[in-house]
Structure formats: structure tokens, C-alpha cells
Design a protein around this ligand. Structure first.
Ligand code: FAD
Length: 321
């Protein structure tokens, strides 16, 4: 039977939630599930792949794979897909996923659909729902004449059950061909404010131009630390240099889909909504009752962020203490 290969990613030794989602979904297709794991974290984390549904693990713990390099990764992924004989490949629609898999598709003659928010697999038929025009409408994509179908899913779109630690997998260590590299990653510098990658966060508190100046993000940091949230931002404040681009949510930033998204002083431009409208509960705090964000919000608070946010922080402290 044709297999599903899941491209998996680790962060701080833990299997990313997006990879857990993909493995658990792959297990529901009834097809054998192969996980591809690259880099030194993969060795210690291999058991987690089995706990989330992998029956086979293709492992390469070479430290050369610790930082993403498109030339190196595209060869490894192409070889792994061919070795596994996978007809369906699932990966996260992260920035590296969207950089990597079109290259892999070109190498092996596969079809690729990115930014999936829903996926159905019935035999060889794969349908993927994806947003178009910054989320103004959705399209359902299908593959034609593609022996290998690659689907890049947005994070936080598929359910995740608790890991089943009784499950095991066959682990095969593998050395993939290393091409002579034209580019070398010297160092990866992480944004200091980012505790957990925005795309993985369960709670996000984002700030916009309504915060008036960079220093006022401290108010959001306080709320975020009480809620265990990650702080995001609109493009207006990123462009103003208040925070780094890694915090930008939206069409030209990151796509988030947390359980709770709190937008503070953000007007709700279509390009911002494109990155967060998949959030389960949206709370908007804005002093303009006509701000477009309120049309998307589950709960809206009309008022001054400088009064409301510190009060919310105090109340959450009491509840969560
Ligand atoms: P504003 O639109 O200025 O809104 C500030 C809000 O704060 C207002 O609604 C105001 O009522 C409120 N406010 C003011 N004072 C207070 C207060 N004291 N308390 C409470 N509320 C207050 N934007 C993104 O965010 N992400 C993207 O990825 C992105 N990509 C883009 C791509 C393109 C091609 C283009 C053209 C634009 C893109 N934008 C993006 C920009 C987008 O169009 C908006 O300009 C931007 O989102 C506005 O940011 P903002 O909501 O912080 O600012």
C-alpha cells in the first residue's frame, strides 16, 4: 500500500505541535505512516514520533541538518520520499516548509499545495482547502497527474490527542546524499522576545499602532507572561521598528491559529486578518467601536487599551494564581 511521509520538526527537543497534528492525521488515513526526522534533536526525539502515529522513522541525526539549508534538505527530503515510496507527503506550511517543498516537488516531479487549512484523503484522492486572496475566500485544491502529492498544512488546523507512549516504530538511520553547498548557514539568531514560536502558540497577545510607542509593548509582555502567551504584532508597528519582523502576524507575516488571540490597538486590516482569522476565540480591544477588527472578534472591548490591559492582567493573575 502507498505510504504517507510526514516531514517532522523539533524545537528544544520536543516534537512541534504542527508535526504532532500531521502525524496524527496521517494515522487516520489508514496508510502506513513514515516520519522523516533530520538533525541532532531527531535522535533523542524519535520515540515521540512513534507516540504520535509514525510506524516507521527515517532518521538522520547528522548535525549538518540542525539549521535549515534548502540545498541540503531538498536532496534529503527527495531521497526519503523516493526511498519510502510515499504517494502523499505532509509538512507544515512554515516559512521553511514553503521554501523547501516546491524545490522537492521540482526534483521528483510531484504536485504541491500549500497553506492547507483542511485536508481529506480518500484512497488516492486528496482534497485540500486553502485560503485565497488574503483569506477573502477559500479554494479546494485537488491533484491531477501527480504520482506524489505534497500538502503543506498551516499549523493549529488539525486536532491533537495526547501522545500514546505505548506505541513504537521501526527506526532506520539513514545518511542522505550531501550536495556541494553554494550557501552555508553560519548562525540562526532568535528574537529575544519570542518564547514559543507564534505559529505554535496556544495563546497570542498582539499589539498594534494603538499602543502609541514601542515601550508600551511591556504592557502586553506582562499580560502575555500571566497567560503563558506569545506576543505578536501588526505590520504597522513592525514597520515602525517597535518590534522585530518575527513577531508580525498577517499576510506578509506569520499565520497563527491559537485557541485565544487578543488584539490590542489593532484596526483589523484585511492583511492582518489573513494571519489570525483562524483563531478559535478572538478578543479585540480598541477605542474605536467601528474598527473592522470587531467584525471578526468573538468578544469586543471598546475602550482605552492603557486602562483595560493592566486591569485584565491583574484579574488573570488572581484567577490563574
Ligand atoms: P492602525 O490601522 O493604525 O490601527 C490602530 C488601531 O488602534 C485603530 O483601530 C485605533 O482605533 C486603535 N487605537 C488607538 N488608540 C487606542 C487606544 N488607546 N486603545 C485601544 N485602541 C486604540 N498588516 C499586518 O498587520 N500584517 C501583515 O502581514 C500585513 N501585510 C500587508 C501586506 C500588504 C501588501 C499591505 C499593502 C499591507 C499589509 N499590512 C499588514 C498593513 C495593513 O494594511 C495595516 O496597515 C496594518 O495592519 C495596520 O496596523 P494597526 O492595526 O496596528 O494600525
Amino acid at each position: 500500500m502507498s505510504k504517507v511521509l510526514v516531514f517532522t520538526e523539533f524545537q528544544n527537543g520536543n516534537l512541534k505541535r504542527s508535526s504532532q497534528e500531521l502525524l496524527q492525521f496521517a494515522a487516520t488515513t489508514g496508510k502506513p505512516v513514515v516520519a522523516l526526522a533530520l538533525g541532532s534533536q531527531a535522535k533523542t526525539g524519535a520515540a515521540q514520533l512513534a507516540h504520535h502515529g509514525a510506524q516507521e522513522v527515517l532518521l538522520c541525526a547528522d548535525t549538518a541538518y540542525d539549521a535549515y539549508n534548502p540545498e541540503l534538505f531538498s536532496v534529503a527530503a527527495a531521497e526519503a520520499i523516493q526511498q519510502a515510496g510515499a504517494s502523499l507527503v505532509l509538512a507544515s506550511a512554515s516559512s521553511s516548509g514553503k521554501d523547501l517543498f516546491p524545490r522537492v516537488a521540482a526534483k521528483i516531479g510531484a504536485g504541491v499545495v500549500s497553506d492547507g487549512t483542511e485536508i481529506t484523503v480518500s484512497g488516492d484522492d486528496v482534497k485540500v482547502k486553502k485560503p485565497m486572496y488574503a483569506g477573502k475566500c477559500f479554494a479546494t485544491a485537488q491533484f491531477e497527474n501527480a504520482a506524489t502529492k505534497i500538502v503543506l498544512m498551516r499549523a493549529n488546523q488539525l486536532p491533537v490527542a495526547a501522545a500514546d507512549t505505548s506505541k513504537t516504530a521501526t527506526i532506520t538511520e539513514h545518511a542522505f546524499t550531501k550536495p556541494s553547498l553554494k550557501t552555508l548557514i553560519k548562525e540562526v539568531v532568535k528574537g529575544a522576545s519570542e518564547k514559543l514560536d507564534l505559529t505554535e502558540a496556544n495563546v497570542v497577545v498582539s499589539g498594534g499602532r494603538g499602543l502609541k510607542e514601542a515601550a508600551n509593548f511591556s504592557m502586553l509582555n506582562d499580560l502575555a507572561s500571566v497567560l503563558g502567551a506569545t506576543v505578536g504584532a501588526s505590520r504597522a508597528v513592525v514597520d515602525a521598528g517597535w518590534v522585530g519582523h518575527s513577531m508580525q502576524v498577517g499576510q506578509t507575516g506569520k499565520t497563527v491559529a491559537p485557541t485565544l488571540y487578543i488584539a490590542v490597538g489593532i484596526s483589523g486590516a484585511i492583511q492582518h486578518l489573513a494571519g489570525m482569522s483562524g483563531s478559535k476565540v478572538i478578543v479585540a480591544i480598541n477605542n474605536d467601536p467601528n474598527a473592522p477588527i470587531f467584525q471578526k472578534a468573538t468578544y469586543g472591548i471598546v475602550g482605552d487599551a492603557f486602562e483595560i490591559v493592566p486591569k485584565l492582567t491583574e484579574e488573570f493573575k488572581k484567577i490563574l494564581a
